[in-house]
Design a protein around this ligand. Structure first.
Ligand code: ATP
Ligand code: MN
Ligand code: MN
Length: 372
């Protein structure tokens, strides 16, 4: 009997790394990936990192497939699908649903944590604490005077309805215009780049992410505070959380994987006037003159622009696997600040380029319309 070779596995070219898989926005296995993501989220709520990542990784693999999966045999040979994942997929393919997933969906704890963590500024820890105190709804939280909310959470509740509504591409573009104008008042050399999900071609997002860059060393100093002041004086700043840069070139490369970077950044809530959004339907405006939108701004040093842009383009799974790929397949360390070659002990692309030139250096690997 001849040995099983790659010709017997139709999926032999599917990589275990998201950054090696071409993935379009059109997900043909949404029923399966939604189910796996529910399980991942549930594990996230109990802070069980390993299983959470396992289900996320499996969902990401299925998102990259060019065909819908119709039988359990059809996914044999795919990477990252563990026995638990296989069991869930089999249940859905054979019975239309998975009892494990249904159990989570009807679980009071899952349902409550899902609602609580939907508030800007509320993570699994706070949500869990409120749940243990017997709280079950957002109404109960706002009416309970014994609960202390921090500034971010107060804004989260205040603008809850608006910021839980998806942001459209047209709204993101309108915001881009506003930020462009505001930033140009501060420094005419600024380049604004739309990043995050919209850079990957998504039609909707939960926020809008921008990278601000100015050519020249140190020219980004004080940039975001000035931009925030400008928003404030225009009366469109609803909330701001500014984080000063803690970036230190001498500390590169970072010893451990860091999800967060050290660049100057801010998390904002901005008032977007509906008249500024091109193509907004009159009925969608509902008589409202503005809506609140979550906006993230990052201002890395010019020579770090390429890494910052790559790191903020997402998706989270893509970024995670890109770093893992660098480490395990190339013996390199990648984060939002640098790429370090462990073999030659040298930083790669450790060059100085202007904000504009470095834009040519990093384009998203698969171009637009990608989701991982
Ligand atoms: P959505 O449409 O839901 O906003 P998204 O992909 O844009 O999806 P974000 O949460 O906005 O998701 O994050 C965009 C990218 O920025 C992600 O790749 C994430 O890793 C990165 N990112 C977000 N917050 C930080 C942070 N504080 N430090 C470093 N990187 C961050
Ligand atoms: Mn985003
Ligand atoms: Mn964001």
């Amino acid at each position: 009997k001849p040995e099983a070779g790659p010709q017997d596995n139709p999926w032999s070219t599917v990589s275990q790394y998201a950054c090696q898989r071409r993935t379009t926005l059109y997900n043909r296995n949404k029923i399966l990936t939604d189910a796996l993501e529910v399980l991942a989220e549930n594990y996230e709520f109990i802070e069980s990192k390993g299983p959470c990542l396992g289900f996320k990784r499996a969902a990401s693999v299925l998102k990259s497939l060019p065909v819908p999966i119709r039988s359990i045999n059809g996914i044999e040979g795919l990477p990252c699908l563990g026995p638990e994942t296989m069991a869930v997929i089999q249940d859905i393919l054979e019975c239309g649903s998975s009892s494990k997933v249904e159990e989570v969906l009807t679980d009071e704890r899952y349902q409550t944590l899902k609602i609580f963590t939907s508030v800007f500024g509320v993570g699994p820890k706070t949500a869990e604490k409120w749940f243990r105190q017997g709280l079950r709804s957002l109404e109960q939280i706002v009416s309970d005077s014994s609960i202390h909310l921090n500034r971010m959470q107060r804004a989260g509740f205040q603008y809850y309805e608006d910021i839980s509504k998806p942001v459209s591409k047209a709204e993101a573009e309108a915001l881009g215009q506003i930020i462009e104008e505001v930033a140009n008042c501060v420094n005419p050399d600024i380049t604004i780049t739309l990043t995050g999900g919209f850079r990957r071609g998504k039609e909707f997002g939960h926020d809008v992410d921008f990278l601000l860059s100015v050519p020249g060393p140190g020219k980004e100093d004080g940039l975001l505070p000035a931009v925030i002041d400008q928003f404030r004086s225009q009366g469109i700043l609803l909330y701001s959380d500014f984080q000063e840069s803690t970036f230190d070139l001498s500390k590169l490369p970072s010893r451990r994987f860091e999800a967060m970077d050290h660049f100057q950044k801010c998390f904002l809530i901005i008032k977007l006037k509906t008249e500024q959004v091109v193509g907004q339907q009159a009925e969608q405006r509902c008589g409202r003159e503005w809506r609140a939108v979550r906006v993230d701004l990052v201002a890395p040093p010019a020579e770090r622009y390429a890494f910052a842009l790559l790191g903020w383009s997402g998706s989270t799974q893509f970024e995670r696997d890109l770093r893992r790929f660098a480490r395990l397949e190339r013996n390199m360390l990648l984060d939002n600040h640098a790429l370090f070659d462990k073999t030659t002990r040298q930083s790669i692309l450790n060059f100085y380029v202007s904000g504009r030139t470095s834009q040519a250096v990093v384009t998203h690997p698969w171009g637009r319309n990608t989701e991982y």
